[in-house]
Design a protein around this ligand. Structure first.
Ligand code: CTP
Ligand code: MN
Length: 580
């Protein structure tokens, strides 16, 4: 067994996946949930404990435990391997043996970030950090928050981090690709962050991958500077604080989304731990998917200025398309969450969140400010403004009910415009959603394949018997049988995933539909042998029919000698024992 197989054999795919998707439902040996890789309303994603395999019948995402972690974390095979080994306390051989170039480069990036976090934290705690500590105190950031968000300080030298990482042996090209440095015209590097308060940005599993740096000097022209994008940091994929927010989010089934770092810290201090920030980006589908694995109930708490409102409008559409239920938190006085908590206290802020209205009331309020309700044209404009957000709802009954609620919220009880609006809301064509139900047409193939996969000890015997019949060549599953036999001959380990990997796409689907959806108990070698015997019997019967036909023809044509010979063959055939 190679190292990957060894690690895999000690992992349970159901447990690993449930760390990422907390709401797995169990049906016998199958687990099901909404697919984390595409948008859907009814679950077509399944995890098969028996086969240690996952498959989505909606988007066709599938694979073993490594494939899952690679796709969901967007990491390489070796990174997934290391991560799973580490998390589960499984030993790994030396670095060099389990790596490829890309993984090593990414490993160096991660290491540089670990070192940088410690370096910046040291600065903040040290003698030169007094001013920054005062700044944080002034902004109400308590020492436990400094600790848990691992805040730090970049000094003003412009080269301290560069020197440190050089000393630790990182090469210039590694440093240049870290996102932590700028490059002068003469090619030399300098610290990107100078005299800034440093916020480490973490990936979903809590490893630092980038930094945001806030100016401490009010005269500084850029309030925030961010790491540039790297191999491990794509700004639009990251939600700040998701690594910490996700536990609470899953527990209370709610996520609060704010604009920036300070808002996250303020909200967390106010007892709202399920908070993440988009950090000045336009919300992306990647961010939504990362978030909605933990909860599908989102409270948007973006800044209330006009840019923030526009951003919220855009985000609502995107969120509804992803089936996220959206409420909008409104804070009076145009304050951001951090300012609001300080001005009105934690209690009031939590109340604001609890009272957040469903997005469509918030949109209606926005519309009221923009258009004139007394005028038919104004009413028309309002409805046009609201329609896309309503049409994004998949469920017709829900659309109609929201349309009615909105009309009464706006105080519009009758009129042609309202009728038109209701009709438009109701009429949107339903999208086809339910995944095609797979069922196996040939139960014998299903049983035989299951027993070939399950029966480690009896497999030799089964494959031997399989060679003795040819009936399976006509089976739709012929390609699968051939692959199993050739894997067996070459001594490869036969398991669902290793077999699946070697098949053509058509056969992969067939295998999945035959094997994965089967309920019921274990399939034994005897079950498999019975299928092969049935094939053999079928073969003999068809050969016998064939011979009898030929005998008749020979007799009719007076070819007696030939008829005798054929009869002899027929008699011999029925003497052969069924099991060879
Ligand atoms: N941001 C950024 N680059 C900028 C400005 C903002 O990356 N030039 C991101 C930061 O993540 C910031 C967020 O957008 O936290 C929101 O920006 P803003 O509202 O201006 O800052 P606050 O978070 O309110 O920070 P502070 O309270 O310290 O002013
Ligand atoms: Mn702020």
């Amino acid at each position: 067994m190679d190292i990957a197989q060894q690690i895999k054999s000690q992992l349970d795919i159901v447990r690993v996946i449930s760390d990422y998707v907390p709401r797995l439902r169990r049906f016998g040996n199958r687990y099901s949930c909404l697919c984390p890789f595409h948008n859907e309303k009814t679950p077509s994603f399944s995890v098969y404990a028996d086969h240690q395999f996952y498959k989505c019948f909606g988007c066709d995402a599938r694979g073993d435990v490594f494939n899952f972690v690679m796709s969901i974390e967007n990491i390489t095979f070796w990174e997934a391997l290391k991560k799973l080994a580490e998390q589960n306390g499984l030993p790994l051989p030396k670095q060099s043996q389990v790596s490829d170039e890309k993984t090593r480069a990414r490993g160096a990036l991660r290491e540089m970030h670990e070192i940088a976090v410690e370096h910046f934290r040291g600065n903040l705690a040290g003698p030169n950090g007094a001013r920054a500590r005062d700044y944080l105190t002034g902004r109400g950031v308590a020492p436990p928050s400094i600790e848990s968000f691992q805040l730090g300080l970049a000094d003003s030298s412009g080269r301290a981090l560069l020197r440190l990482l050089e000393q630790r042996g990182f090469r210039q090209e590694q440093l240049a690709e870290s996102g932590l440095f700028g490059r002068r015209d003469d090619g030399t590097l300098y610290d990107r962050f100078r005299n800034r308060l440093m916020f480490p940005i973490y990936d979903e599993s809590g490893k630092p991958i980038a930094f945001g740096g806030r100016a401490l000097d009010p005269g500084e022209n850029a309030k925030y500077v961010n790491s540039s994008e790297t191999e491990i940091y794509k700004k639009s994929n990251v939600l700040y604080n998701l690594n910490r927010a996700k536990q609470t989010a899953a527990k209370i089934d709610r996520i609060v989304m704010v604009e920036g770092y300070m808002d996250v810290i303020g909200a967390t201090q106010a007892g709202v731990a399920e908070v993440v920030a988009i950090c000045g980006t336009a919300l992306t589908v990647e961010q939504i998917r990362a978030m909605k694995r933990h909860s599908q109930n989102l409270h948007l708490n973006l800044d209330a200025d006009s840019a923030g409102n526009k951003a919220a409008e855009r985000s609502v559409k995107l969120l509804l398309d992803e089936n996220v239920r959206v409420r909008v938190v409104e804070l009076e006085g145009g304050l951001d969450p951090d300012e609001y908590c300080k001005e009105h206290g934690a209690e009031t802020y939590r109340e604001r969140i609890a009272k957040a209205k469903p997005y469509f009331y918030w949109l209606a309020d926005r519309a009221r400010g923009k258009f004139d309700l007394r005028d038919p044209q104004g009413r028309n404009d309002i409805f046009q403004f609201l329609l896309p957000a309503i049409q994004a709802l998949r469920d017709k009954i829900e659309r109609v009910s929201v349309a009615n609620d909105l009309a009464s919220y706006l105080g519009i009880e009758s009129g042609l415009v309202l009728e038109h609006f209701r009709k438009m809301a109701a009429d949107k064509s339903e999208r086809a959603s339910a995944p095609p139900k797979v069922n196996s047409k040939r139960p014998a193939d299903r049983i035989l394949l299951l027993s070939l996969l399950a029966a480690e000890e009896g497999r030799d015997e089964l494959i031997q018997a399989l060679r003795g019949v040819s009936g399976w060549n006509q089976s739709p599953a012929a390609g699968i049988y051939r692959t199993i036999v050739s894997m067996h001959d070459s001594g490869s380990a036969i398991a669902f995933h290793s077999l699946h990997e070697r098949l053509e796409p058509g056969d992969q689907n067939l295998l999945a539909s035959l094997v994965l959806d089967s309920e019921g108990g274990a399939t034994t070698v005897e079950d498999g042998m019975a299928c092969i015997e049935a094939m053999r019997r079928e073969e003999r019967e068809s050969a016998a029919r064939d011979l009898k036909g030929k005998i008749k023809v020979a007799e009719r044509e007076g070819k007696l000698e030939e008829a005798f010979e054929l009869m002899r063959q027929l008699a011999q055939m029925s003497e052969t024992p069924v099991r060879g």
